[in-house]
Design a binder for this molecule. Sequence first.
Ligand code: NDP
Length: 281
Amino acid sequence: MPMSRYAVFGHPIAHSLSPRIHAQFGKQRDIAVTYATVDVEPADLGEALERFAQQGGVGANITLPLKEAAYALCSQLSERAQRCGAVNTLTRVEGQWHGDNTDGQGLVRDLTGRHGLDLRARRALMLGAGGAAHGVAPALLDAGIRELIIVNRTSERADALADKLGMPKRAHSRYWEDLGSLGDFELIVNATSASRGGSDAFDLPFSLTNSRTLAVDLNYGEASIPFLAWARAAGCHDAVDGLGMLVEQAADSFRLWHGERPDTDPAYAMLREINPLLVTA
Ligand code: NDP
């Protein structure tokens, strides 16, 4: 009987913090966890997941840019994964992959719990329409935001996400060039990977912000510097990175696999020890 294995699949993936976070959760709960990284391109994901299952793989996290590809490979999907159209957690059940998505819940838990922020009645702007945006948009709507506008570099993807959420496109999805005419928002979520390419995508109009604006970058560490710097320069009230979302969504994945949700505080302490600059709050 092969050992139960877990892994995170992505491209690139070498610098993922997920193996350390899951090892901390396992140690804390006295559960032996074997959790690896697998670098794979979207077209090869199906084959890689089957190989992983043959080697004892029973659970997987899925990250950039594979969440929509993973969704298409599942034989069963949770209700929230269906709403997201993207999957970040796979569980092997009777020879098949079942898909769920804990990203949105992780983000909302971090903002409303750890940071004590109130998301209700905020007018919200989402930059990006990839796998992460798909994952968090339904949870933000459920958390009571007043209105959601999605802006993506490739506008067809913003239209497709608005459609999937049952919102009229063009009213809720706009072009990047429209950013200067959209008014101001109390919540701005950066769900793009733009900072990874070192682009000038965050030369955004300050007119998007007001004195209540909460700016949230789903990126963390170095990759969150450009957007958070823009948010501070624009005078946003709060600016939060995506490390909390990473830890909280991981705890929810751990619960799906092991039946119990670990404490997340020891994981933040562990991350602070590895790199004090990583955890700022
Ligand atoms: P995807 O590859 O699915 O989507 C990338 C998104 O970024 C698309 O909307 C893309 O637009 C946009 N984008 C890329 N480059 C640029 C640019 N130069 N200018 C403007 N837009 C750009 O990635 P994900 O959605 O999975 O991830 C997005 C980011 O969120 C990643 O950096 C990831 O690390 C982070 N993330 C963090 C998590 C956490 O737990 N904290 C969880 C999940 C993701 P287009 O459609 O035009 O290509």
